[in-house]
Each structure stands twice: as structure tokens, then as C-alpha cells.
Design a protein. Structure first.
Length: 253
């Protein structure tokens, strides 16, 4: 078999959460480009509708549903929606996430809980909802962060804790589901990419990257998309329970 064909997602259905902006939109577009059908989800209905229209205009087989991943019922409803629309779920990109840089002593219980609820708890609720209906051979990609592996160099206690938690969660779900259910579970750990979440501090982050990464720059969506497709596709059929770091060399320093 041509090895490149292993990266195709023809006939597969993939849910992408956090798909109203930033990396999530790029992931959805990449799934469609690899031949997959995509279900996009997010909390902002108007933005979600706009993204769905864009993707449809580009030829994607796309469906959209608003969902708050911090709500287990919303996650279950999203999985049911995907089954109702496409008849199956073969992949999940657990991309929904929030986070702000603030000193730990100034972080309120509500602020900390909100980040954990979306980034960590929401990852679990979505994975659980999808795993219940996924077939053997399916793949879950939990989007963590390089900041789950290294010191953030900015005050981000809640975000760093949530993303480190996602990595631990990924290992556990992989050991539970890979052999028994045939569902692979891996984490993707991006470094800094210019998105809605990072644009406010882009200048400061750029300086941090120059000092603290091997490539010394932000990554681009096109440099991250192949990693997502790899983890979703048959190309990574012998890969589970691991964390794929795409960070321009931050974690290696």
C-alpha cells in the first residue's frame, strides 16, 4: 500500500470541538481536506454557523452544533447528533479550551474552576460520550499543550495544570480503551501558534519564543494540521497513549 494513503480519512466522521476560531477551524478544514466528514462544535452559535458555511462552500461534508464541553449532557447530545447526521463517529479532536495568564495569588476559585471544567473535565466528557459509540479502529486526539510538559514562563497555573491533566488522562484512557475497545487515544501538545487565545500577548510571546525555542518563532496552522491527521488516521495505527509535541523545540531546551 502507498504509505501516503494511510493518512486519508475517506469515509470517516470526525468531531472537532472548539471549532469557532483558531486551531479548531484549521483542524476541521484539514479533516475535510483528507476526505473526512466533519462535525464542528463550539459555544458561539453565530461564529459556528459562519465556519460551517465556509467549510461547506469549500466542499466539505460538515454539520455544526453548539455545545459547551463543560456540560456532560451537551457532550452526550453532540455525540448523538453526529450519529444522527452521519451514522458513525470515527474520530474526535478534543480541541475546546480556555486560558488566561494571571498570577496564582490573584486567581479566583471561579476562574480556576472554569479553566479546569473546560480544558480537563470537558476533554473527559467528550471522550467518554464518543467512546460509547465509536467502533474499533477509531481515534481520539486530546489537544493538550507543551505547557503541560514544561514551565510556562508566564503565570498560568490553571492552564498548565489542566493541560498536564489532559496528558495523564490520555494515558489512562488509552490503557482502558485501546486493547478492549480498539479506540486509540493520544495527546497533541502544540507550542505557541497565533490564535485568538494568544494574539493579545503576541509581542511578548514572540520574545519568549526567540529566547526559549530552537526555531525561535510561532508555528503556523499548516505545520500543526499534519500531526492531527496523523493521529486520526491509519498512519498511526500502532500509536496510542502518547503525546506528540509540535512546539518548535521549546520542550527540548
Amino acid at each position: 500500500m502507498d504509505p501516503l494513503q494511510a493518512f486519508r480519512l475517506d469515509g470517516q466522521v470526525v468531531i472537532v470541538t472548539g471549532a469557532t476560531s483558531g486551531l479548531g477551524v484549521g483542524f476541521a478544514r484539514a479533516v475535510a481536506g483528507a476526505g473526512g466528514r466533519v462535525v464542528i462544535a463550539g459555544r458561539r452559535a453565530k461564529l459556528l454557523s459562519d465556519v460551517a458555511s465556509e467549510l461547506a462552500d469549500e466542499g466539505a461534508a460538515v454539520r455544526a452544533r453548539t455545545a459547551d464541553v463543560a456540560d456532560p449532557d451537551d457532550c452526550a447530545a453532540l455525540a448523538e447528533f453526529a450519529i444522527a447526521e452521519f451514522g458513525q463517529i470515527d474520530g474526535l479532536v478534543n480541541n475546546a479550551g480556555v486560558g488566561e495568564a494571571r498570577p496564582a495569588l490573584k486567581e479566583t476559585p471561579e476562574q480556576f474552576r472554569n479553566v479546569i471544567d473546560v480544558n480537563l473535565n470537558g476533554t473527559f466528557w467528550m471522550a467518554q460520550a464518543c467512546a460509547r459509540v465509536m467502533r474499533p479502529g477509531s481515534s481520539i486526539v486530546n489537544v493538550s499543550s507543551v505547557l503541560g510538559l514544561i514551565a510556562p514562563r508566564f503565570p498560568q497555573a490553571a492552564y498548565a495544570a489542566s493541560k498536564a491533566g489532559v496528558i495523564g488522562l490520555t494515558r489512562d484512557l488509552a490503557q482502558q480503551w485501546s486493547g478492549r475497545r480498539g479506540i486509540r487515544v493520544n495527546a497533541l501538545c502544540p507550542g505557541y501558534f497565533l490564535t485568538e487565545m494568544t494574539e493579545a500577548g503576541a509581542e511578548q510571546l514572540a520574545g519568549n519564543l526567540e529566547r526559549n525555542s530552537m526555531l525561535g518563532r510561532f508555528g503556523t496552522q499548516d505545520e500543526l494540521n499534519p500531526a492531527v491527521i496523523y493521529l486520526l488516521s491509519r498512519a498511526s495505527s500502532y500509536v496510542t497513549g502518547t503525546s506528540l509535541v509540535v512546539d518548535g523545540g521549546m520542550a527540548a531546551l
